[in-house]
Design a binder for this molecule. Structure first.
Ligand SMILES: [Mn+2]
Length: 419
């Protein structure tokens, strides 16, 4: 009968990471932020138990820092103990945020079901059911924060079988930036030649497929996006099935309890702050429904808007943010605006400017003449490029767009608010 093994692959838990600046929020919202990273870890553990997997792989950066508060260490160990009680093994390596040299006595407190790959040399563990050996695992931990050498040496199917004997499946476990020279760099070719069924990788916080076909190499991403820069991407872990005679299969499990977003919203049609609140709010409601989690957003407003002047008034954003954050908030589902950036520009009525017959009118007439006389426009632009030592022939230029952008910029400088 074909053998089957299932496991969950997670990485970059970053337990203890705080959402800086946001944890000062009070009440339920503040607690939700404070607990988001721990909640994601709990979901990883819950998923292992619900799916009744054979083991869990953690591919480094389990902790955000070498030293973690007692409460955080306790949470980590309690999760591992729940797995031990369910008969689920754990294979893990450390990464740049939690290098093994910083673990100290924490290592001694790991339950018996947890198998930590060594630092300084490759390590091998055998997973089996009953007397049946099933999976040879090979992996290596970060010793210090920076590992500038290639850590894949000895991490391959042959070396694993030489050490452990032959098994139906072979797995690699490594924290690596691949292309990043500071974080255990290696080449895709090395990963491929290792001939594992599956590489459980860690380090990159967005999910990604590094190798597909033959052997599979995946980054599961961080179970919880850690800050506004880890926006929208799916954050979770992978549920992997290895079956003899078939390619490895994986499905993703979402674990994040907050979604970050950085939307740019066009407000050229928005004429009042009330409308602005509604516009941003309904955008946020769509996002919370889409991701089925609370959403924290840093909003950029764009477009030529009649609101431009009003938005430059001191404090107007703080008021808008407060109204939104109070209104779009219930116990389970909320939309929270962390900050608003104003990239709107003054609303300009070209007809009025032309009618006034002042300098802007002269500028607009000049722009129109240039638009009609393409060859003189081309020579002006070619001259400007030459002065900057740039070659126009290497750029694909939309002259219409260029002249509109230039006209818009000049008018802003002449009449409209801040540039
Ligand atoms: Mn990380």
């Amino acid at each position: 009968m074909a053998q089957t093994v299932t496991f969950i692959h997670a990485a970059d838990l970053h337990l203890g990471a705080a959402f800086k600046g946001l944890v000062s929020l009070s009440g339920a919202t503040g607690n939700h932020f404070i607990n988001a990273v721990s909640q994601a870890y709990k979901k990883v553990i819950d998923s292992c138990i619900e799916k009744n997997v054979d083991f869990l792989v953690l591919a480094g950066d389990s902790f955000n820092e070498g030293k973690a508060p007692y409460r955080i260490e306790r949470e980590f160990l309690d999760g591992l103990l729940r797995l031990e009680n369910s008969g689920i093994q754990v294979y893990m390596c450390t990464g740049n945020h939690d290098p093994l040299s910083k673990w100290g006595t924490r290592l001694d407190s790991l339950p018996a079901n947890v198998h930590m790959f060594p630092a300084g040399k490759p390590g091998y563990f055998l997973f089996g059911k009953g007397d049946e050996p099933l999976v040879a695992l090979a992996g290596r931990s970060f010793l210090d924060r920076n590992e500038r050498g290639d850590l894949t040496e000895g991490l391959n199917r042959t070396a694993a079988f030489d050490t452990l004997g032959t098994t139906p499946f072979a797995l690699g476990v490594l924290h690596t930036g691949i292309y990043d020279q500071n974080y255990a760099p290696c080449s895709l070719e090395t990963l491929r030649q290792a001939d594992f069924d599956y590489w459980a990788l860690g380090h990159i916080h967005d999910q990604g497929v590094v190798l597909d076909g033959g052997s599979l190499a995946l980054y599961p991403g961080s179970p919880q996006g850690l800050d506004i820069n880890e926006s929208l991407a799916t954050h979770g872990c992978f549920h992997v099935t290895l079956e003899e005679g078939r390619a490895p299969r994986f499905e993703q499990i979402t674990t994040a309890s907050i979604t970050w977003a950085q939307p740019t919203i066009d407000v050229s049609e928005v004429v009042s702050l009330d409308e602005l609140v509604d516009t941003i709010g309904s955008f946020g409601e769509d996002l919370t429904a889409l991701h089925n989690t609370p959403v924290c957003a840093r909003v950029t407003l764009a477009g030529r808007s009649k609101l431009h002047e009003r938005l430059l008034e001191e404090g107007s954003f703080l008021d808008v943010i407060e109204v939104i954050n109070n209104r779009y908030h219930s116990d389970q589902r909320w939309f929270y605006v962390d900050d608003i950036a104003n990239r709107t520009r003054a609303s300009i009525d070209i007809g009025t400017l032309e009618g006034e017959g002042l300098f802007p009118a002269t500028l607009l007439r000049g722009a129109r003449e240039l638009d009609e006389n393409r060859s003189s426009l081309e020579s002006i632009i070619a001259n400007a490029f030459e002065k900057q030592n740039l070659r126009l022939s290497e750029v694909e230029l939309d002259y219409q767009e260029a002249i509109e952008a230039a006209q818009s910029l000049c008018i802003d400088l002449l009449v409209g608010g801040e540039a």
